[in-house]
Design a protein around this ligand. Structure first.
Ligand code: HAM
Length: 498
């Protein structure tokens, strides 16, 4: 008996199977169409980046960077001539010594230990031979020459990196970019929270920080949600000020928090010193009365930030967008300035934020790009958007299998093949079974597969040139010539969206 390991998807990851995958594609297609109607264009980004990119943008004290990143060393190995002779070993030993001196072998403590072991092994080889050669080779293989890389926990940092790398500030107008794809965070999995999850995100980068940009981004987002039938969404907005006014506010908040430290739990106590604003995010019931009494950023914004926020609200009214102001919406990533926002939807339990975003005016400069570039964007959590659609009342009926071809007799087979090709060319999904089946069995399978129609091709049909088309929902049958059949099914497809 074999006791083979049963492989399963890694905790926090999952397979998106049909028919759900059709709903995902449908949602992403609506997103693409909506974003492109606002002149956003797609950017395809790598799934992993230099770890430092995320540490610098998102912030080392955030949960994402300090606990949730999938970081690995990109192991490149020392190039070795094969098979090794004693001369090669000595040359390799010299090359390692030189690499260490020049710094091409990174000066980490692990590498230092390996380099020392290598030297010792090389001396041993001179004395002992084969066993020592093997130890020597192990040590060479252990040298870590690669970089620290991280699976992207989000994509705003990557977009900013790409903007700088490709000199996009020299392109005309604002850069309006969108992305669709997986992100990775080692969070505790639960409904709506996964370790590999998916986002549809949009970013605007350029010289202007006009509140009309923020408002248009929000208008587009809500239009997208409406198009996808997302029920009961609420838009929350806030302004967390700029570098100057926020740092003064954070100092004041920290002082006030120190005074009430004893009333807070250990997480919030720690955050007072490491990531003060995040205390406002706490959902612990016993902390709520304390937090409600804390100073609010809206009372401490500088004149320019206050004006920006007030103009944003005017712009939202102009577009008839309703929103709730939430002074505690500070977001979990360090790069935000001024406008922050989130959208919640129903049917999601505690993980009800279906989208988050905001402004990040200093990010490009922080990453070594040109000064003065402003940015704003959002990311929709696709997993959560889909869950919310599925739990709502407007689950779209998506076209599946249109025609199942039931054939009998040798002469029917080539006709069935040609008919399948013609129907597929009309954009219909067609199933042509690989083996002949009795009509009764074929119709049963067609039904189980959810086909709309069964096309019956027997030897009689072939000689008369008329085919029987059976609608499976009500068993209605039509006898049609090839042309009539193609015309009928094509007009049906247009009518049903199939
Ligand atoms: P975020 O709030 O970290 O923002 O993530 C955006 C959305 O991604 C969340 O509202 C949620 O729907 C979804 N999401 C986050 N983590 C998970 C998870 N573990 N499982 C399932 N869904 C999740 C950002 O990522 C920013 N880059 C957004 C942004 C773009 N800000 C400016 N531009």
């Amino acid at each position: 008996m074999s006791s083979q390991k049963q492989f399963r998807a890694i905790k926090g990851t999952r397979d998106i199977l049909p028919p759900d995958s059709a709903l995902w594609n449908w949602f992403e297609q609506i997103a693409r169409e909506t974003l492109e109607s606002y002149n956003f264009r797609e950017i395809r980004l790598p799934v992993f980046e230099d770890t430092q990119l995320f540490a610098r943008s998102i912030g080392v004290d955030t949960d994402v960077v300090s606990k949730e990143m999938y970081t690995f060393e990109d192991r490149e190995q020392f190039h070795m001539a094969h098979p090794l002779s004693l001369v090669d070993v000595i040359r390799l030993d010299e090359a390692v010594a030189e690499g260490w001196q020049r710094g091409t072998i990174p000066h980490t403590s692990a590498n230092e230990a390996e380099v020392i072991k290598l030297h010792e092994a090389c001396r041993e080889i001179e004395r002992e031979g084969t066993a020592a050669v093997l130890r020597f080779l192990d040590s060479v293989r252990n040298l870590a020459l690669g970089d620290s890389l991280t699976l992207r926990p989000e994509a705003t940092a990557s977009v900013a990196r790409a903007y700088i790398e490709h000199g996009m500030q020299t392109l005309p107008g604002n850069q309006k970019l969108y992305y669709v794809g997986p992100m990775f965070r080692r969070e505790r999995p639960q409904k709506g929270r996964y370790r590999q999850f998916y986002q549809v995100g949009a970013e605007v980068l350029g010289q202007s920080d006009a509140p009309a940009i923020d408002a248009e981004v929000l208008e587009m987002l809500l239009l997208l949600f409406k198009g996808a039938g997302l029920a009961n969404t609420t838009l929350y907005i806030n302004s967390i000020g700029c570098k100057e006014c926020r740092s003064k506010y954070v100092e004041l908040l920290r002082e006030e928090l120190r005074k009430v430290k004893d009333k807070l739990g250990p997480d919030s106590q720690r955050r007072i010193e490491t990531n003060t604003l995040r205390v406002l995010d706490s959902k612990l019931p016993e902390e709520q009365p304390v937090i409600e009494k804390l100073p609010r950023i809206s009372d401490h914004l500088c004149a320019a930030c206050r004006q920006h926020f007030s103009e944003l609200k005017d712009e939202l009214h102009l577009r008839e967008i309703s929103y709730d102001e939430n002074w505690r919406l500070v977001r979990g990533l360090d790069y935000y300035t001024r406008t922050t926002f989130e959208v919640t939807a129903t049917g999601l339990g505690s993980q009800n934020a279906v989208c988050g975003g905001g402004r990040y005016d200093g990010l490009v400069e922080l990453l070594g790009g040109p000064a003065g570039v402003k940015g704003i964007g959002f990311a929709i959590g696709t997993d959560r958007a889909i869950l919310s659609i599925q739990e709502g009342e407007k689950v779209p009926h998506l076209p599946g299998l249109s025609v199942f071809i039931a054939r009998m007799g040798a002469k029917a087979y080539p006709v069935a093949i040609s008919m399948a090709r013609k129907l597929r060319a009309c954009g219909l999904a067609v199933e042509l079974p690989p083996q002949e089946m009795k009509f009764g069995k074929a119709l049963g399978l067609a039904d189980k597969l959810g086909a709309r129609y069964a096309l019956i091709i027997g030897e009689d049909e072939v000689s008369s040139g008329t085919y029987t088309l059976k609608r499976l929902a009500d068993a209605e049958q039509k006898k049609l010539s090839e042309n009539e059949l193609l015309e009928y099914l094509e007009s049906e497809r247009r009518g049903s969206g199939a």
